[in-house]
Design a binder for this molecule. Structure first.
Ligand code: G3I
Length: 388
């Protein structure tokens, strides 16, 4: 019986009256219709954020078009499915702080307003990162000037949104794959103490925000070890750090659940929360078995490297759904340790993976397709919580 609206219910009741169906039969039929109606309404309101509300936040990364609410279908989807947001690019120093003493807060203000008006958990991304730096920073010669840049940047940006940002990715991608500290303008000029300085400045500028260290591949053993050392040093010096962000730029082919589980356990043993901050799963061939998210790595375009240009075969669609199922089963197993799972983008057409590490490819890494419709992977993730 497919009773979907109140109007249809009223109609059913009229028919029953007309045919003089007796009261007990009528009640039974009505109850049956009502329960179908209710379960349909529940399905209609089902969403990732409601399904996982007892477990962890479900987030997405917003581009400019989302912050400005340019596409109503995307806007409805974002508000329905997600209760946490991260700005994909607009809070990076190159964009928000393009010149000394010049800040561009327009989009960041709108981003924060968007989160507040929709009652979402608002993430700040990111305060200190070697990449996407303003050009003037590259020209700085002295350690003092780097320190002044970093200090003013954190004070001004984190200070402006104090009380409005729920958590900051304070330092982003400070580690090499072997767990040593990455050479950057910050490390080169300020030494390894820059990480502690950055966390202390952030804590002072916004005492209420949760402070995270965020990186890719830190579920892998060597880099994880480096991240654990980094976090332990901060803790030993009395510096506030609330969590670690494992980015989660993974592949359906090379996903390593054991590494992920070990890292959830080991990071949480440090007494901090674990967030998956930039989740996506590439379905495309990976040149030279590249892993991770170093945006400086690029490879040549070729048809073999772009096999699903027109559509994703069912078998790959299913493989993607299965991999997402595996990941979310693991997340649910460790729900007490995980604060948030954020997808890196709203839908497939928006993903950075269409342009990395090879430009102009057609990738399918997220839960919503190019028409903003839920994919099999979406249903799989939802089913883990809702299927009876
Ligand atoms: O805004 C310019 C635009 O004016 C210009 O016409 C266009 C031409 O290429 O470039 C635009 O800037 C691009 C920007 O994204 C906005 O689309 C940059 O070239 C491009 O490099 C930049 O890529 C971003 C990348 O970080 C580098 O900042 C990706 O969108 C973003 O998804 C990615 O996100 C990072 C996280 O912040 C940190 N972890 C890894 C993750 C993936 O690389």
């Amino acid at each position: 019986m497919f009773i979907k609206t109140n109007h249809q219910l009223a109609y059913l009741s009229k028919i029953m009256n007309y045919y003089k169906i007796t009261k007990p039969i009528y009640s039974t039929l009505l109850l049956c219709a009502l329960s179908t109606h209710l379960s349909f309404s529940q399905n209609k309101t089902q969403s990732l954020k409601s399904a996982y509300q007892e477990d962890f936040l479900i987030g997405t990364a917003l581009g400019t078009e989302h912050i400005l609410e340019r596409n109503e279908k995307a806007n409805v989807l974002i508000k329905r499915e997600f209760n946490a947001i991260t700005p994909e690019n607009i809070m990076k120093s190159q964009l928000i702080h393009p010149a000394p003493n010049r800040y561009n807060f327009d989009l960041a203000d709108k981003y924060v307003e968007y989160g507040q008006k929709n009652d979402m958990y608002v993430v700040g991304h990111t305060l200190v990162w070697h990449s996407q730096l303003p050009t003037f920073v590259g020209k700085i010669k002295s350690a003092d000037s780097v320190r002044i840049f970093m200090t003013e940047h954190i004070n001004t940006v984190a200070g402006r949104y104090a009380g409005k940002i729920n958590s900051w990715d304070v330092v982003n991608e400070a580690l090499n794959e072997d767990g040593t500290l990455r050479k950057s303008v910050f490390l080169n000029k300020l030494g390894e103490g820059y990480i502690k300085e950055a966390f202390e400045l952030a804590a002072k500028a916004d005492p209420n925000a949760a402070l995270y260290y965020n990186d890719y591949n830190i579920e892998q053993p060597a880099k994880r070890k480096g991240a654990i050392e980094l976090i332990k040093k901060l803790q030993a010096s009395g510096t506030k750090i609330d969590g670690v962000g494992i980015q989660g730029h993974w592949s359906i082919k090379t996903l390593n659940l054991k590494d992920i589980e070990d890292s959830i356990i080991e990071f949480s043993q440090l007494g901090i929360k674990v967030a998956f901050t930039e989740l996506d799963l590439t379905v495309l061939p990976n040149p030279w078995d590249l892993r991770g998210a170093d945006v400086n790595q690029r490879f040549a375009e070729s048809p073999e490297m772009n096999p699903y240009k027109d559509a994703l075969p069912d078998s790959v669609q299913t493989a993607l759904a299965n991999r997402y199922t595996d990941i979310f089963k693991l997340f649910l197993k460790h729900r007490d340790k995980i604060s948030r799972v954020t997808f890196w983008g709203v839908n497939d057409s928006h993903s950075w993976l269409n342009g990395f590490p090879i430009r102009n490819r057609t990738n399918y890494p997220l839960l919503f397709d190019r028409a903003l419709e839920p994919k099999k992977a979406y249903q799989a993730v939802l089913n883990l919580k809702t299927a009876k």
